[in-house]
Design a protein around this ligand. Structure first.
Ligand code: 13P
Ligand code: SF4
Length: 308
């Protein structure tokens, strides 16, 4: 029998340990290809939190970034949520503190606070309702027209929601340092080189970049639009980890990254080896202090009631 390659050996050990630990592996669409392939479920932030809320697995290994694992920990206090590498943070989430939210609330005492899921549990605890890139507009639409809305922390997602809903939002100046790397010149050059391509962008892109796209969608929205289109070329303005899933699901289509440097270093710290160690050593558990958890849960539950 031929010897197994290192990757195959790692995958076999992960599968075995996963079964004995009664674990589920959830992975975000930006994870490295090997992790996407071994995951039980792959999705965008909303789908991953819905999946976490539904699973009865004893252990949830979250291959994504800290705020995603933390959201799962808020939803599943009696299950163990593991993050393979605690260095998997989020540049945007780090831009806002609970004090920032309290200051905004003091300045606008009657406003409803809508918080993008890319934020810490403490920031969610200060918020009324959470949202993700796939339901942000519907979350804002659910708020009575006569109420002011504070939208934190992503100014570009907020700007996109304003364009979709016509609602004037009070914005915070956060943004995603990864998507910020995509320039309008990248979009223009990609479109020039592939004039017939469908152009898809993530709403964390700057408004100028989003304006050059045919559709602005969450990561799983990008996957669905790519499957649906009759076009054979798709320009993708988001993190490059997406390309693995897109190519795998649509082998007959060509996917062109609008910017080749759009890598999220946080998303890329997870590896197959770290996933295996995580299951072996039960590392690193993500736990949220109970009073914060309960307040943050309110904001997340209100979002899950709305869905997509
Ligand atoms: P999605 O919810 O669209 O997957 O986005 C998460 C994210 O962090 C994008 O940078
Ligand atoms: Fe955060 Fe941006 Fe990375 Fe998404 S791509 S996890 S928003 S730094």
């Amino acid at each position: 029998m031929p010897a197994l390659r290192t990757e195959e050996r790692l995958v076999a050990r992960i599968q075995k340990l996963k079964a004995s630990r009664q674990a589920i592996i959830l992975a975000h669409n930006y994870q490295v290809g090997e992790i996407q392939d071994v995951a039980d479920f792959l999705g965008d932030s909303l789908e991953l939190s819905q999946k976490a809320a539904q699973t009865d697995a004893k252990v949830i290994v979250f291959c994504g970034v800290h705020f995603m694992a933390e959201t799962a920990a808020i939803l599943c206090p009696s299950q163990t949520v593991l993050l393979p590498d605690l260095a998997a943070g989020c540049g945007m989430s780090d831009m806002i503190t609970p004090e920032d939210v309290r200051e905004l609330k003091e300045a606008h005492p009657d406003a409803i606070v809508v918080c993008y899921v890319n934020s810490s549990a403490e920031v969610k605890a200060e918020s009324d309702i959470c949202c993700t890139s796939s339901n942000a507009a519907n979350v804002v639409r659910s708020i009575p027209e006569d109420r002011e809305v504070i939208f934190i922390p992503d100014q570009y997602l907020g700007d996109y929601v304003t364009r979709l809903t016509g609602r004037k939002l009070i914005l915070f100046n956060g943004y995603c340092p990864t998507h910020f790397r995509i320039m309008t010149s990248d979009m223009e050059a990609s479109k020039m080189a592939h004039p017939d391509a469908l152009v898809l962008a993530h709403p964390e892109c700057t408004p100028e970049v989003s304006a050059l796209a045919d559709e602005v969608l969450s990561t799983s929205g990008i996957c669905m639009a790519s499957q649906k289109t009759n076009k054979t070329e798709v320009i993708v303005a988001t993190e490059t980890g997406m390309l693995h899933r897109l190519k795998k699901e649509n082998p007959e289509k060509e996917f062109i990254p609008a910017c080749r440097w759009c890598d999220c270093s946080h998303m890329k710290v997870n590896t197959l080896e770290k996933l295996l160690w995580s299951l072996e050593e039960m590392q690193h558990p993500v736990v949220v202090e109970e009073s914060i958890r309960l307040r943050a849960l309110g904001a997340i539950d209100r979002m899950l009631e709305i869905g997509r």
